[in-house]
Design a protein around this ligand. Structure first.
Ligand code: SF4
Length: 77
């Protein structure tokens, strides 16, 4: 099953936790807000996160204090 992820940046508080848990999936913009950057996704939520990174993704989701990392088995756009 495919897995897609996107950050709702309106809810992100720039805590940095997701980038620690999953540095290959998340980076931060100039304001410190997280974005999904895996494979050029550009926080669109259209890139399948491969199985070898899903544990990291799950850890990031669980570590996010505002629950603003959205994950689905369908692309977000
Ligand atoms: S863990 Fe959540 S609140 Fe913290 S930087 Fe990542 S997306 Fe933003």
């Amino acid at each position: 099953m495919a897995t897609y992820a996107v950050v709702d940046k309106s809810e992100c508080i720039a805590c940095g936790s997701c980038g620690t848990s999953a540095p290959e999936i998340f980076e931060f913009d100039d304001e410190g807000l997280a974005e999904v950057i895996y494979s050029g996704d550009n926080n669109r939520g259209v890139t399948d996160i491969p199985e070898n990174l899903r544990e990291d993704l799950q850890e990031a989701v669980e570590s996010c204090p505002t629950e603003c990392i959205k994950v689905d088995d369908k692309a977000f756009a």
